[in-house]
Ligand binder design. Structure first.
Ligand SMILES: Nc1ncnc2c1ncn2[C@@H]1O[C@H](COP(=O)(O)OP(=O)(O)OP(=O)(O)O)[C@@H](O)[C@H]1O
Length: 343
């Protein structure tokens, strides 16, 4: 049971400010996904927490125990941090049991403890005697997690652990890892550049850009109330439309849209594709917006539709049974209130 606190943490490499004045709390027994594009500082942040790097400024604490600060330094091996890397981390010449028990003392390395750890990661006990090359990629990652969890760490750092797995395996392994963390009562930090992974697995999404934390919020809040247009687009499709707000309504090329909170002046409305409703355009229709279908990507359960509208384009996500055709003229309505961000 550990709450992780980062307070004003900075780290530069020469002139590159990899992490800038980053403040974040990861509540105990929860999972925070650190999401951001390549080079935004995710790995540096993780290495600072593990103790492989010293911060230039700021403080890192596990509950009220400072592990890195201006006058404090706790060595990595004394931090009790578990680490789950990308792939290929198992010792190829050791069987599963020996891999899992690697960080344990001989007294702790009992068949009962190994069996408990296999249970934790939902692998059958019979796998204990297998060699790593006899396991699938997803099974290897579960063994790797069991090894990271073996010394009962305060905190588990997961460094893009599913990136080498294909989509289906990625999802099932991701869910299994989250269940294992919860069952062990561990606090986790998951580094990823995959927004679906971040949104579907975590309790909190910390979005980084150029070394800075842009937003830390629940997956729902990140999607529904993104801090800016870039976060909005990073966590899903978004139509960002300029307009003028007068309290509870924003007037824009898509019509007069209700806003989810009162706002006045020049703003940008974030309209999610699933909020865009398309119906066949009628000649005498009074809807504010009419658009032309440019492209349709059909997925069975739903379809993504790209439309030409006025000077720009619009994205819609429609039910798989109501798919328009390329070239159709459609009336556009926006469903539900919209989130606004500064112009
Ligand atoms: N040891 C180092 N020496 C010099 N520059 C570094 C070092 N480590 C990282 N950087 C730089 O710091 C910035 C942040 O890198 P970091 O690896 O933390 O990003 P990231 O978000 O993890 O990227 P990716 O998703 O590609 O792994 C980058 O500009 C990188 O080039």
């Amino acid at each position: 049971m550990t709450t992780l606190h980062l307070r004003g943490v900075s780290k530069s490499f020469g002139t590159v400010e990899a992490v800038k004045e980053l403040t974040l709390t990861v509540p105990h027994q929860s999972l925070t996904a650190v999401l951001g594009p390549s080079g935004c500082g995710k790995t540096t942040l993780l290495r600072l927490i593990a103790g492989f790097l010293r911060p230039d400024a700021g403080e890192i604490a596990f509950d009220d125990r400072v592990v890195a600060g201006p006058s404090t330094w706790v060595a990595p091996q004394q931090r009790r941090v578990g680490y789950l890397p990308q792939e290929g981390a198992l010792f190829p010449h050791l069987d599963v049991a020996a891999n899992i028990g690697f960080g344990l003392s001989r007294a702790e390395r009992t068949p009962a403890r190994i069996a408990e750890l296999l249970d934790l990661v939902e692998l059958p006990h019979a796998m204990a005697s297998r060699q790593p090359h006899e396991l699938s990629g997803g099974q290897q990652q579960r063994v790797s997690l069991a090894r990271a969890m073996a010394p009962r760490p305060h905190l588990v750092l997961l460094d893009e652990p599913f990136s080498a797995l294909d989509t289906g395996l990625r999802e099932t392994t991701g869910r299994a890892v989250v269940r294992a963390l919860r069952a062990a009562g561990a606090t986790g930090l998951l580094i990823t550049h995959d927004q679906n992974e971040a949104m579907s697995l975590s309790d909190q999404v910390a979005t980084m850009r150029a070394g800075r934390l842009v937003q830390a919020a629940t997956p729902f809040e990140t999607y529904a109330f993104p801090a800016d247009a870039e976060v909005a687009r990073f966590v899903g499709g978004a139509n960002v439309v300029a307009g003028t707000a007068d309290g509870g309504t924003v007037t824009c090329p898509l019509g007069a849209l209700a806003t989810e909170s009162p706002v006045t002046g020049e703003v940008r409305a974030v309209v999610r594709p699933e909020q865009v409703e398309l119906t066949p355009a009628q000649p005498d229709s009074d809807v504010a917006a009419v658009a032309t279908v440019l492209e349709v990507s059909y997925y069975g359960h739903d379809a993504a539709v790209r439309l030409s509208h006025g000077e720009g384009e619009l994205l819609a996500r429609v039910n798989g049974t109501e798919v328009p055709r390329v070239g159709d003229r459609v009336a556009v309505r926006v469903r539900g209130p919209v989130h606004t961000i500064p112009a």
